[in-house]
Design a binder for this molecule. Sequence first.
Ligand code: SER
Length: 583
Amino acid sequence: MNIKDKYISFFESKGHKHIPSAPIIPENDPTSLFNTAGMQPLVPYLTGKEHPLGKRLVDYQKCVRTNDLDEVGDTTHHTFFEMLGNWSLGDYYKEESIKMSFEFLTKELNIPLERLAVTVFAGDQFIPRDEESVGIWKSLGISEERIVYLSDNFWIAGNSGPCGSDTEIFYWRSDKEIPQVFDPEDDTWVEIWNNVFMGYFKDEEGNITELPKKNVDTGMGLERIVAVLEGVNDNYESSIWRPIIKKIEEITGLSYSDDENKKAIRIIADHIRAIVMISGDNANVTPSNTDQGYILRRLIRRTIRYAKKLNINIESDWDKELALIVIDEYSKYYQELEANKDKILTVLEQEKIKFNRTLEKGLKEFEKVVNAMDGDTINKDNAFRLYDTFGFPIELTCELASEKSLKVDVDGFKEKFKEHQEKSKMGADKKFAGGLSGHGEIETKYHTATHLLNAALKVILNKDVHQKGSNITPERMRFDFSFDRKMTDEEKKATEDLVNKWINEGLEVSCLTMSKQEAIDSGAECMFIEKYPDTVTVYKIGDVSLEICGGPHVTNTKEIGTFKIKKEEASSAGVRRIKAIIE
Ligand code: SER
């Protein structure tokens, strides 16, 4: 039996009820993006509410920690991890909790006593020194030299909430001789389990009061305990990671044992598992530019970049193959993964298409920026352009910079980002205010002409041309699009002719309503997919154009008149602008 199953059945045998893992996003806590500990979904019960399954609970909880995302790549950090936990809600307290933990470690997992050591709370003005736990540990055979009092043995999630002193259990992770005296500063001793005696509540002002009922909250990180017990010093060498790493080795033809590849392989393995767990959760996260969606986007983009480093053919199905391994490994414990399989694969696919469009160009642009700069800091304008035009999350730019021992003006970037957001919000508000009612007949014609121009540029220039903005007045239209050079006169003429050809063909304009996913699947054009609601309207013009858009449009292209390009010029780096009229 594996440790996860052993843990659940051990605590079930001690009267605990197995509760399912809560979704990956906390339900009632807008201050955290993800659940970062097993106790988080249980806060209402730890502060007094009765749990329907009683006072003794056990589970394994899906957790995601993103504050040290950049550390991922070493031997111990994981974005997604599972936390084993058991709880007493006003039932047993220190003695039973410590005894059960000890029994599980020494009897179920057969850890020899000499490999164990513990820390306990040293006391402060609110909570006394934890002599009680020391007495219990000693009664179990832990010697005095293996017990250390520490003042930071106090646990709270964030700044306020249920909290209390804790006792932490350490394991000697080495074949070297085990020292008699425990030194918590020595990294060979690794913490494997934390038993929190949650008897207090800390409010926003920092006042600590006793809770009406005293609880126990324990947490044991699965990845660590498995690695420790399997005797490996690198978590990624444990059985948990073996199938994923094996698949990466197969896809790349590289070996994990080769030091050169380790970091990239770990990042890909870690991130692909986190991507599957986040996008496969019923909380329904999709890549976006905010909150959980942004984390998902960053994870996918970082995975793609590292895959590129290992010379994986990005266009191939490497990402799907890896995701399927993760789904296969974990769906026994999290059935939602099987049910959400298609969604997971679609998320990967769509995000890859988006990023791949600009990654190569963005990397070239990054090199250009680096070659042209004085000093060692990438300025805010360049960082913002890499984000805005090439889809580089700021963290990616920072990572690329640090590989060259350069810095990035992140504060400046953030300011610019905010300004930009405010501007586009103002733009959106204005557009909305202008909206349907403000749209006269002539603007409606221009609006449909915009779609035709967008489609024509893809034919005449190339299919990677995308709309970057547009502006319509009763006198003219302006259309910004991604393209990196001046258009020739022939290209302008050909574009104009094609738009007029479509106008003269009298193509029908129809408005369809569909789910965002269907729209994406049918290849509908749009500027910022994440900004749209789940159900969208898509305008179809004959067989030449399909765009997500709120309208309004003419019903037949004949109504438009004659289309004329007046000017084509640079708008910003990598973006051109066409001014056109209809007569
Ligand atoms: N809440 C504690 C922790 O996360 C014990 O579960 O370490």
